[in-house]
Design a protein around this ligand. Sequence first.
Ligand SMILES: NC(=O)C1=CN([C@@H]2O[C@H](COP(=O)(O)OP(=O)(O)OC[C@H]3O[C@@H](n4cnc5c(N)ncnc54)[C@H](O)[C@@H]3O)[C@@H](O)[C@H]2O)C=CC1
Ligand SMILES: O=C([O-])CC(=O)C(=O)O
Length: 412
Amino acid sequence: MAATMSPFSARRRILAIAHHLRAPPTGSSFALRDTQHHEQPATTSSASPAPVRVCVTGAAGQIAYTLLFSIASGHVFGPNQPVALQLLDIPQGAEAMNGVAMELQDCALPLLAEVIQTTNPLVAFKDVDYAILLGAMPRREGMQRKDLLRANVGIFKEQGEALDRVAKKSVKVVVVGNPANTNALICAHYAPSIPSRQFTALTRLDENRAKAQLASRAGVAVENVKNVCIWGNHSNTQFPDVAHGYIVASDREVPVADYVGDKAYLEGEFIKTVAMRGAAIIAARKLSSAMSAAKAVADHVRDWHQGTPDGEFVSMAVISDGNMYGVPPGLVYSFPVVIDKKGKYRIVPGLDVSPFARAKLDATTAELQEEKREALDHIAHQVAAVPAVTAKPATQGTQAAAPAQGSSVSTN
Ligand SMILES: NC(=O)C1=CN([C@@H]2O[C@H](COP(=O)(O)OP(=O)(O)OC[C@H]3O[C@@H](n4cnc5c(N)ncnc54)[C@H](O)[C@@H]3O)[C@@H](O)[C@H]2O)C=CC1
Ligand SMILES: O=C([O-])CC(=O)C(=O)O
């Protein structure tokens, strides 16, 4: 497909080629900072680490619009870590994606080393350290997230296959496109050479919503609400759990239940409000949540990269294999996790599960098992209809042909 380059990006490309920079064989790219070349810009210290390579799919969409700035400005990987962004969208989104890339360039962010934009997953996922999979159809008013399964699951099969072929084997994957847990499971299934524990789904937005509701109810700052977690599916059956949570007040840690002092609220309205918040946003905005979703993705990836604060846990949907909470293996299920400074997570062990919590954990398990069955069944019946990944993987060191200035370039 053809993407029009702006005169500015065309000029950058020509400069890049003049400096013998490596360019991807397909896709449009510009180097904002010459990370491949010996000369360093005046603002760069020679001790600067290599850029972390981050693919964001659905790059022309609403979540990406906020998220990309957050990543490129250092909020996720830290103030000294350069970032190379590899943007993917479908051909219909290519022009808008180009506009987003132009805006990223115009932000003049010192940590943004390079931006590649492409409609080919094999280019987008090449050598990435992180893959943030936003690209999917969002739900509209009146839909459940699982209503998107048939529309979206093929995307995650295709992208799992592409990740398997070209991403680093250490890649960390975050699936956001709904139904996120089951899409992450399918993605992992089709990427057998990458450990399944490296595939996660986003439930941090639900955790952030839960903490914000409690902070508002208790009249405290949101950062003083700790260790509230989400179990299970990113859906109405999720279980926002306060049993292990506490509120920091006057240097004391008070259990959430004691501080709030309203069991009926915590077991009723609170859970319902958090679980239904996505639908409430859609009803009000006529679009699904985007700013808060982007913030949650940034929180998820930051903690996975940099570790969780001592004594605190966060919610991540991860492969359930080997968990100690009676959740069957083979699901992507949200658990409380702690993450060390090297980015290794583990499910928090030894938390009490009350009979009330047990029923909630089991209900959300049943829904995930049903989604898994439906997804695999759908793929089995639709294999012929799902576009296969056929292009050859990008080869390092291959140079793109120099486009004529101001002309169109074939991206793939
Ligand atoms: N897990 C969570 O907490 C949340 C999940 N979501 C989900 O995130 C997804 C994205 O949401 P938005 O950015 O608001 O949607 P959007 O519709 O604004 O953007 C989606 C983008 O993905 C692109 N796209 C579609 N198929 C693609 C493919 N195969 N490869 C690459 N790109 C593709 C579209 O062209 C579009 O640019 C939706 O599925 C939504 O339901 C949204 C909020 C929270
Ligand atoms: O509700 C939706 O469809 C988008 C989403 O996942 C959320 O806001 O939690």
